[in-house]
Design a protein around this ligand. Structure first.
Ligand SMILES: Cc1cc2nc3c(=O)[nH]c(=O)nc-3n(C[C@H](O)[C@H](O)[C@H](O)COP(=O)(O)O)c2cc1C
Ligand code: SF4
Length: 394
């Protein structure tokens, strides 16, 4: 498979098999699409990425994971339509990641909802367990948000089923201790994610692609493991509601560095907090941000196990920075690759690959872009005057 020629993703056609993975932009303090956000994504489309992903957008206010993110409401439709027009003008396609933060909402100072209550060291309170009625509200919220995006001409939605956000909390035997039909065995724990995907497919219809980003493993003691995650992926495949599955891992709640690898930017993170949280961060941060060495394609071994067991299109993610890795992914049967930091470092990297100007990203995996999500996400090594989305008209 040639990664650099047009390819179908469900009902849509991409100009190649490269997806810009979600990197939360921090450019929406008014919860709307800003000019900076559009400019940020235009840079990837102009740089020949096949599909650029608008990072985490909440389906409801209580599903926010930070204060500066988009909540998809009718009021955001015009902004998304403008974003879609600009990306299409650059001959690109655009996806929007939809999620409910669950207990991660405590990071935004909210009480946080989860399958069963858990203690949050940020709010110093327990989260609230969703009632049955609230679970159905969540399903409807995903559907409503999808319809808004579809009407705005967005090409794809990516449902977040990873990183310890609400849908992945339901999958986790550790975080989901419910005794009703939403907890217990795997079919019960997977019920919410499957219902959400069914509703999203229903609203997306046959012109918009539907993607799920699923944790292969939580990498947390007692969390979702590989065998169960493969079973969940098989359920998604049998349900027929998704066009591709992005394979991720780790937990924003309990083991964030597992999904990034590389250096831990503790000091840079701490600067974003006021005392006494800053002190707490410095003291406990090392335990929370465990170090995992960075390797090229660090999720490939895990992802192979999914490839062996599934027929649906799979997206390989995690540490793809060399063009040879993209060809290797195709050789191993992955239909797409998703790249986050390599493209944040160089939005025109795919164009450079195509022109044979380079074969390797200049990203150093310093991870210092991570704390920039609070102020406008960027690679700290990029000259500020050349940064897309610099005009922070939030
Ligand atoms: C600054 C930054 C913000 C991120 N925000 C999101 C996000 O909003 N949603 C998500 O699913 N993943 C997010 N990620 C994770 C990436 O999508 C990706 O899974 C991870 O960086 C590994 O891919 P890479 O090695 O190509 O960077 C973020 C990553 C970075 C560096
Ligand atoms: S700050 Fe730049 S070089 Fe460092 S990890 Fe992020 S994108 Fe790569």
């Amino acid at each position: 498979m040639d990664p650099f020629v047009p390819a179908r993703l469900g009902p849509i056609e991409l100009r190649n098999r490269i997806i810009k993975a979600a990197t939360f932009e921090g450019m929406s303090s008014s919860h709307r699409v800003s000019d900076s956000l559009i400019e940020f994504h235009e840079a990837f489309a102009r740089g020949l990425v096949g599909l650029t992903t608008v990072a985490y957008c909440a389906v409801s206010p209580e599903g926010c994971g930070t204060k500066n993110e988009i909540v998809v409401t009718d009021e955001t439709q015009e902004g998304f339509a403008r974003l879609a027009r600009q990306i299409h003008d650059s001959k690109g396609k655009v996806s929007v990641q939809l999620g409910h933060a669950g207990a991660v909402a405590t990071a935004a100072g909210l009480r946080g909802y989860s399958p069963s209550p858990i203690f949050s060291p940020v709010t110093m309170r327990r989260t609230l367990a969703l009632t049955r009625a609230q679970i159905y509200d969540v399903v409807r919220d995903f559907g409503r948000a999808t319809k808004i995006l579809k009407d705005a001409n967005i090409d794809a939605v990516e449902v977040h089923v990873g990183h310890g956000y609400l849908l992945s909390e339901f999958l986790s035997p550790k975080l989901n201790r419910r005794k009703d039909e939403w907890g217990g065995d795997l079919p019960n724990r997977a019920r919410l994610a499957r219902l959400v995907l069914e509703e999203v497919r229903e609203q997306a219809g046959d012109s918009m692609a539907v993607i799920a980003k699923l944790n292969m493993v939580d990498a947390v003691s007692g969390g979702l493991g590989v065998p169960e995650s493969i079973e969940v992926a098989k359920m998604f495949e049998a349900d027929g509601n998704i066009d591709a599955l992005v394979l991720t891992a780790g937990s924003s709640l309990q083991n964030p560095m597992f999904l990034f690898r590389g250096q831990v930017p503790l000091d840079e993170f701490a600067k974003n907090f006021k005392q006494p949280l800053r002190l707490g961060f410095r003291v406990f941060g090392k335990k929370f941000f465990r170090y995992f060495p960075y390797e090229e394609a660090y999720l490939l071994d895990l992802a192979r196990q999914f490839r062996e067991n599934l027929r649906i299109p799979l997206v390989l993610l995690g540490g793809i920075s060399n063009v040879a890795t993209i060809y290797k992914a195709m050789d191993e049967g992955f239909e797409f690759v998703a790249m986050a930091r390599a493209l944040l470092r160089e939005p025109d990297l795919i164009a450079k690959y195509c022109d044979k100007l380079t074969s390797q990203s200049a990203c150093t995996h310093c991870n210092k872009c991570m704390p920039t999500i609070y102020t406008g996400t960027h690679c700290v090594l990029v000259d500020p005057s050349a940064r897309p989305g610099l005009a922070l008209n939030l």
